[in-house]
Design a binder for this molecule. Sequence first.
Ligand SMILES: Nc1ncnc2c1ncn2[C@@H]1O[C@H](COP(=O)(O)OP(=O)(O)OP(=O)(O)O)[C@@H](O)[C@H]1O
Ligand SMILES: [Mg+2]
Length: 258
Amino acid sequence: MDHTIDIAVANVSKTFATAAGPVEALRDISFTVPPGGFVSLVGSSGSGKSTLLRALASLETPSAGTIELGGQPPLQRVRAHELGMAFQDSALLPWRTVERNIAFALQTAGLPKDPDYVRHLIELVGLRGFEKARPAQLSGGMRQRVSIARALVTRPQLLLLDEPFGALDELLREKLNMELQRIWMHEGITTVMVTHSVAEAVLLSDAIVVMSPRPGRVVDIIEVPFPRPRGTELLRSEEFFRLCATVSDSLRSAEPAA
Ligand SMILES: Nc1ncnc2c1ncn2[C@@H]1O[C@H](COP(=O)(O)OP(=O)(O)OP(=O)(O)O)[C@@H](O)[C@H]1O
Ligand SMILES: [Mg+2]
């Protein structure tokens, strides 16, 4: 498969109409992701990261501006099953095994079952031997990995991840970050990930979009120049800490003065 889908977000704004009046979630957001690129969105709670990701998945319509995925509107990519998502609240079906949770994504996409690909994905996310386990028998990290496998099942060209490793301990998170990097390098999927972890963003991304508190605006786009694959040595290097500090400073500068 050739991966040619880029992302172009241009001047996107989103205001929600609520009973309490309009809520301006996003203001004039612009950024691009080249084909096969990895971009993270960071910003404080309520800065519109999930709203933006949902707009990329055609689950929200921008009030202004345009989003193009490989030159097409998001809905078209979703309909073609070219977009995989694992969202903040994505839950597994508790009564289905790992294998069948992943296969279910094929079924809902109306695609034929492909047991070989399901097996390949289980291997890819490191869950071999757990094919027949139910979600309750898995750890939190394993469940997250099933969510990612499920997002990949339609062989998407685009992957959207909303805090995929949010509730995990540091070490497990680091391990899954390495796995995500490996999967992303292997599959070459254009990826946008929302995270609250600056280290995670720096480790995985080609570029980091720093967003301001509501209304979410782009404060900075910080390029991450480290060569890949990036390993645990990088996590302990001075250059890594320096770039994390740059991102943190940018986040801080976006906060209203106390
Ligand atoms: N459907 C909706 N209707 C009304 N307001 C909404 C809706 N969805 C989001 N909002 C508002 O838009 C703002 C941005 O929300 P969003 O969930 O995108 O933030 P976030 O950056 O993902 O936050 P977090 O880091 O806590 O997940 C919030 O103020 C939220 O209340
Ligand atoms: Mg969110």
